[in-house]
Write a protein that binds this ligand. Sequence first.
Ligand SMILES: Cc1cc2nc3c(=O)[nH]c(=O)nc-3n(C[C@H](O)[C@H](O)[C@H](O)COP(=O)(O)O)c2cc1C
Length: 574
Amino acid sequence: MSGLATPLPLPCGRVLPNRLMKSALSEGLATADHAPDERLVRLYRRWGAGGFGLIVTGNVMIDRTQLGEPGNVVIEDDRDLAALTRWAKAAQDGGTPIWMQLNHPGRQANPLATRQRPVAPSALAAGIPGLPVPRALTDAEIRDLIHRFATAARIAEAAGFDGVQIHAAHGYLVSQFLSPLANQRTDDWGGDAQRRARFLLEVVRAVRSSVQPGFAVAVKLNSADFQRGGFTEDESRAVIEQLAGEQLDLIEISGGSYESPAMMGRAQTVSARTAAREAYFLEYADTVRTLAASVPLAVTGGFRSRAAMSDAIDSGVCDVVGLGRPSTVRPAAATDLLAGGIDVLRPPLISLGLRGRLARSSALRAVDGALDLQWHTDQLHRLGAGLDPDPARSPWSTAVTMLRRNGFDAFRSRRGAVGGDRGSTKFRIDKFRVERAIGRYLVNPGFAALDRIGVRSTFATELETIGRKSGQPRRVPVSVRFDDEGAWIICQHGMRSGWGNNVRANPAVRLRQNGRWRAATAELRPDDDVVARARAFAPHPALAPLTAAGFAALQTDPISVRVTFTDAPPSAGA
Ligand SMILES: Cc1cc2nc3c(=O)[nH]c(=O)nc-3n(C[C@H](O)[C@H](O)[C@H](O)COP(=O)(O)O)c2cc1C
């Protein structure tokens, strides 16, 4: 057996039983008050018995007003100490040490979960459509956040966790401080690489001094942000050199952010050498091995075969191999690899399987990325419910669940932010592109496919209005629900709609019913309950929530439109 099974003594004196780490995976399983409950205990019992040398929890937030996603655990004080203790023990009962990952989302705060304006080093929004512009932190607030990291670490130790990991990767607050794109401060917290690194170093020092020397303290750091003008590999190396001088027990290497998700293997380009070694950040790790001095290194992202993992350890490039997605469908992945004779973990590749031009669309790539995250989160929720993982779960089922739950917002990065500066031109243009892509490539082909197998929807027909400027007839495809006197239509873009405004200017319209054009008048009904109306459009009651979500997904301000026929009804049998 290779070095994978060899224990690893840490600088704090603790020993990891082997080199396989379950990396942080946000569970979204906290209670409404952001405390852990039985679901997290069940999930971590599975992983605790899975043979890992180390388990890192999903990110735990340090401020309940600023969350990365719904269902985050939050630690601000010791009110949930008993529940946190049960959580730690669940993993340790299986013989595995557990570290808590501590995080603050900064400008990646998720508005589905966060009602307050996000805060960040500078008032600069991330390049994710719809992200609000954050407020720049004051010096006093920065110091308060450092204190919060330290408080959370102290409580994690009191609850029996074996260590904490500070999340300084993936575009969250600490990595925002490191990034020249996100941090444009000119005070002691920004201005040059040295000052941009100060927040991380002060958090590390505050955390270290709030816990016992035998408690492990670690950092998850980006090799780079994979963004033009962002945190580079050279800057990252300089940060590692500084971290080597702190009392750290592990530096985990990852990369990217939810704007450029390299950590999920979704970087634009991958060198042949990286592809051969599976893991995305090994080449970089090779270059920092000596800089990290006596601090052990972990690399996470892309590891799937025992051969590649063993090679990474045996060659000395890193000391620990991190596994993320494979551990959701194989909670005992470490035992399987070390003792169970499994050579390769083959988690399903989660993607809508789009090809050609579709695969190159950035909007649809974002949908794919969000789906990848959500599909794996769904597996965690199964484990939390006491079920087994379901590797055969269709990505489309996850897509439907996301739509039903959150509508359009679901398809922006769940772990990035959503909602936001809806008034901005950029937001509207981006949103329009996504809507158009979803309509063109998902919704319309979907209904066409249903039609082909005989599931008729009342949706697809055409409406003719009189152009308010041209005076000429204008035909648009519309979704319609007919009744005896006329029809209901959802005007997807409300008052922004071209045909909606035509109707306001001239209510005389024609509507195609069963291939025949009917004369009618149309009236915008902004007071109608458009969501309830949309539900009534479902071809089958079971599809009603999906239909409503579909409409919610496609528009910002939809309005119901009542169409009343003014001609004689077609004779029976016509
Ligand atoms: C559902 C999901 C949730 C994640 N949550 C976190 C998190 O809370 N903190 C973190 O540092 N990384 C998080 N990650 C990233 C993983 O830790 C890991 O870096 C990534 O999945 C790449 O490793 P893999 O190829 O083995 O999956 C998450 C990834 C997934 C799929």
